[in-house]
Ligand binder design. Structure first.
Ligand SMILES: [Zn+2]
Ligand SMILES: [Zn+2]
Length: 345
């Protein structure tokens, strides 16, 4: 089968890989019909994730079930499905408490040896472990482009907005208007804020943010925290969401919130540790939330919101390409010439 494989820094190639097959009773074989390139794939692309040499990439995909193991109850051959970017069992200590991203059996698709060694979704076929809990059926009236993002970036944006505790009438700042930031803006709007500020340095992303009802602030032209404070009577926003993954963005997310406010961060931090303003957090009574998305809890409600027309995640797709063009897709996505790229087999 055709697949995109990581073969060294900035070196992603279309390869002829063996078609995977089901190895256990809780697995399903899915024929991919649409896959996407994600910002977190770029960590691999830049050689920052050890153990990925030769691995088939990709963790955002939808497809059609081709075959299921003997213990699969929710799916049969022919079902259209969307996958979470990681697997979970549904019955361990963490899953029973609703924290599927902490599942003792979790593994991430296409992220190499140290993340469970699963094949990726940027391929014609992918085996999904613990499929009853990892996959979600796609409603008949939804297309692949509408469904694909509930498995990662839309769920992450919603998770960020929910954990920011946005109340009707609040002001919200979203730091970073890349794919996850745009999904955070879209999700934040569901909670009824008065105003959402979008902070980025790329004009095309800020235009998309504006299209989603956000007030754009170009951090390359004006100090963003000052601009947010000026627009909120000098106090700062009620809630901030950080969707970049670097320490400077997290610092801005803390700086732009008023006393008593909430900061919600979902970007993958680019450093393991750094300075944290303990005294400022304490004196301003701030709430700080951080984490990666608990996807399985959100896929079903998000599909329902999309079907009801209340979310249009496919609006951020800027490029539709073929799997064979994967090398070029990674190049332009890395160069920020594309907002979001989807690939068909
Ligand atoms: Zn992703
Ligand atoms: Zn579990």
């Amino acid at each position: 089968m055709k697949a995109l494989a990581y073969e060294g820094e900035a070196n992603v190639n279309v390869v002829d890989a063996p078609k995977p097959s089901i190895g256990g009773p809780t697995e399903a074989l899915v024929r991919m019909t649409l896959t996407a390139v994600c910002g977190s794939d770029l960590h691999i692309y830049h050689g920052r994730i050890p153990g990925c040499e030769g691995c088939v990439l990709g963790h955002e995909f939808v497809g059609v079930v081709e075959e299921v193991g003997s213990e699969i109850r929710r799916f049969k051959a022919g079902d259209r499905v969307v996958s979470s970017f990681f697997s979970s069992c549904g019955h361990c200590y963490y899953c029973l408490r609703g924290w599927f991203n902490q599942c003792v059996s979790k593994a991430t698709f296409g992220y190499g040896k140290h993340f469970g060694d699963l094949g990726g979704g940027q391929a014609e076929y992918v085996v999904v472990p613990l499929a009853d809990h990892t996959l979600e059926p796609i409603p008949h009236d939804l297309g692949d482009e509408q469904a694909i993002f509930v498995g990662d970036i839309l769920a992450t944006g919603f998770f960020a907005a929910e954990r920011a505790e946005i109340k009707p009438g609040d002001t919200v700042a979203v730091i970073g208007a890349g794919p996850v930031g745009l999904m955070s803006i879209m999700s934040a709007q569901l909670f009824g804020p008065a105003r959402v500020f979008a902070i980025d340095m790329v004009d095309s992303r800020l235009e998309l943010a504006q299209g989603l009802g956000a007030v754009p602030i170009n951090a390359g032209q004006t100090p963003a925290v000052d601009a947010v404070k000026a627009a909120t009577g000098g106090f700062g926003v009620d809630r901030s969401i950080e969707a970049v993954g670097d320490l400077a963005a997290i610092a801005s997310a803390i700086e732009c919130v008023r006393g008593g406010g909430t900061i919600s961060t979902v970007g993958v931090p680019n450093h393991a540790s750094g300075d944290f303003p303990y005294l400022q957090m304490w004196s301003k009574s701030l709430t700080f939330r951080s984490g990666w998305c608990n996807v399985q809890a959100y896929m079903r409600p998000l599909l329902d919101l999309i079907a009801a027309g209340r979310l249009q995640p496919d609006a951020i797709i800027s490029h539709r390409m073929k799997l064979e063009e994967g090398k070029e897709a990674y190049r332009i996505f890395d160069a920020r010439e594309a907002t979001k790229i989807v690939l068909t087999p």
